[in-house]
Structure formats: structure tokens, C-alpha cells
Design a protein around this ligand. Structure first.
Ligand SMILES: *[C@@H]1O[C@H](CO)[C@@H](O)[C@H](O)[C@H]1NC(C)=O
Length: 312
């Protein structure tokens, strides 16, 4: 094993998901299909919203930004995992490991704040419809966007500042398929109890806190819709249930990772695949299959592409 004599560990080795050839093949097919589908689905949303003028409203701009983040989320760990599946020695450099952690937390944190902005957008649209365009002005959208990125970056950097200086001298095997803090900290050859607590507080609080905030705001909005129920309310309920589904799917596995005391190795590894490829895939499915405007915009986009191919 590298660095057994107190020298510095320069790379980490993943144990991966399974040693059985059949399971690896199954995981390969499953992850590649979902990864490609997430990539295409989210890019399709970004292109539809930016090219179709009927979708130029705050809700769709925020949705396109969520899709843009999802392209990032599914590209952090999944391609490497797929590439690693059939490699005997799944090694990653120290820098590679740190950058995975950086992007997971930066993009994940940004996405959480963006989901809160999307809930606020629905609150204004449903509870203050007459002031919608003046409250959710382009300036406000930009403000939400910048705030999300700033909070995501701070959340990520605050944790990495402490990790980057940790001494790694002994074992370098991670029982996982990507780098993340709880497992990495356990490999440091120093007492990391305080750091582990800081990570649990930082990641646990941001995920549980945003989740509770989101649940409360959606319950509040649903209550308002129900109280003033009229002809338009079924469309509002359908949009809201799409948002709530995304929120539950996104936060469920995360809260489990960061707040469960000691990870039971296999369950949390497979849950991690869920967050890596399936959640980013579900966002476009949930938002487009239930949304007439989005479906029509995509049909128009496909029509344009077909026409373009015929001309050229
Ligand atoms: C994100 O939102 C901003 C502001 O509303 C918008 O101008 C931009 O096009 C969106 N980004 C993407 C990738 O759709």
C-alpha cells in the first residue's frame, strides 16, 4: 500500500460497487443509459427554454438553471464510475478526489438554494399573482441565481479548507465509487472527530434545513390554493406536486448520507448511484411530462431541428 512509512498518500483507490462480473455489467448498462438520458434531457430543457420565447418567464429560467446544474451533478461522479467499473485498480489522484468533493458540494449546495428560489417563485405566482412580474423581475431572478452560487461555493470551500491540510499517510482505500467527506476523513491519520462533526453540521444542516423550509413553504402554498380553490387550482396543484416530488427525491438520499450516524456500506453506496444519475434524470421527466407548455416547446424545437437537417 502506498505511503505505509509515513510518506504522503498521492492517490486513493476505490473499492467500487461490486466484484461480480454480472452485477458490474448490469451497473454499466443501467448507469450509462441513465447518464445519457440525464444529459440529453437536461440539455434539451436548457435549449428549449433559451430558444423558445413562450418559455421566457421566471419559472422557466429557474427551471433551465436547475437543469444546467443537473448536467453538472450527473457529470461529477457518474462518468468516472462507469469508466472505473471494469478497471481492476480504480485509483484517483489526491487532486481529483478533492475536486470531486468541491464540485459535489458546490453544485449540490447551489441546487438546494435554487430549489428554495423556485418555491418562492411558485409562492408569488400563486399567492400574489397580480404582482408576479414586478416581484420576480429579471433583477430578482439574477439575485437568486447569484445568491445560490455564492452560498454553494461558500458551503463547499468552508469544508475543503480544513480537509486540504489533513495528513494522509496510511491506508488509502475508499469503500465507495467517488470521493466524499465522511469516508475520506476516516482515512486521515489524525483525530478528525471535530472535523466530522463540522461536516455533519455543515452538510446536514444545509440539507435538513432547506428541506424543512421547502416542505413548510409548499404546505403553505397548497393551503392557500385549497382555501381560494377555483378553476385554476388544479393546474397549480399539478405544478406544485411536480416541485414537491423533485424536492423529496433530491433531499431524501442526501439527508440519509449526512445525518445517519454510521453508514451501512451497501445501502448508502447504492443510494449514491440514485443521487448521481437518477435524480438528475427525473427532473426533466417530472417537469416535462406534466407540463403542456414545455412539451409544446420541445415539439417545436424538434420540428426546427428536423427542418434544419432537411435544408442542410
Ligand atoms: C438562468 O437564469 C437567468 C436569469 O433568469 C437566465 O438569464 C439564464 O438564461 C438562465 N440560465 C440557463 C442556463 O438557462
Amino acid at each position: 500500500m502506498d505511503g505505509a512509512n509515513g510518506s504522503v498518500v498521492s492517490e486513493f483507490v476505490f473499492l467500487g460497487l461490486s466484484n461480480s462480473w454480472e452485477v458490474q455489467l448490469l451497473l454499466f448498462l443501467f448507469s450509462s443509459v441513465f447518464y445519457m438520458a440525464s444529459l440529453m434531457g437536461n440539455l434539451l430543457i436548457v435549449f428549449s427554454v433559451s430558444t423558445d420565447s413562450t418559455l421566457h418567464s421566471p419559472m422557466y429560467f429557474l427551471l433551465a438553471n436547475l437543469s444546467f446544474l443537473d448536467v453538472g451533478v450527473c457529470s461529477i461522479a457518474a462518468p468516472r464510475m462507469i469508466y472505473d467499473l471494469f478497471r481492476k485498480r480504480k485509483a484517483i489522484s489526491f487532486g481529483g478526489c478533492i475536486s470531486q468533493i468541491f464540485f459535489i458540494h458546490a453544485i449540490g449546495g447551489t441546487e438546494m438554494v435554487l430549489l428554495i428560489a423556485m418555491a418562492f417563485d411558485r409562492y408569488v405566482a400563486i399567492c400574489k399573482p397580480l404582482h408576479y412580474l414586478s416581484i420576480m423581475s429579471p433583477k430578482m431572478c439574477l439575485f437568486f441565481l447569484v445568491t445560490s452560487w455564492v452560498i454553494g461555493l461558500i458551503h463547499s470551500l468552508v469544508q475543503l479548507v480544513f480537509v486540504i491540510d489533513l495528513p494522509f499517510c496510511g491506508p488509502n482505500v475508499l469503500d465507495s465509487f467517488y470521493c466524499d467527506l465522511p469516508r475520506l476523513l476516516r482515512l486521515a491519520c489524525t483525530n478528525t472527530q471535530e472535523l466530522e462533526f463540522m461536516v455533519t453540521v455543515n452538510s446536514g444542516l444545509i440539507s435538513v434545513g432547506s428541506f424543512i423550509l421547502l416542505v413548510f413553504s409548499y404546505v403553505f402554498i397548497l393551503f392557500t390554493v385549497w382555501k381560494h380553490s377555483s378553476g385554476g387550482s388544479s393546474k397549480a396543484v399539478s405544478t406544485l406536486s411536480a416541485h414537491i416530488t423533485v424536492v423529496v427525491l433530491f433531499f431524501g438520499p442526501l439527508m440519509f448520507f449526512y445525518t445517519w450516524p454510521s453508514p451501512t456500506s451497501h445501502l448508502d453506496k447504492y443510494l449514491a448511484i440514485f443521487d448521481a444519475v437518477i435524480t438528475p434524470f427525473l427532473n426533466p421527466v417530472i417537469y416535462t411530462f406534466r407540463n403542456k407548455e414545455m412539451k409544446m416547446a420541445m415539439r417545436r424545437l424538434c420540428g426546427r431541428l428536423v427542418r434544419y437537417r432537411k435544408i442542410s
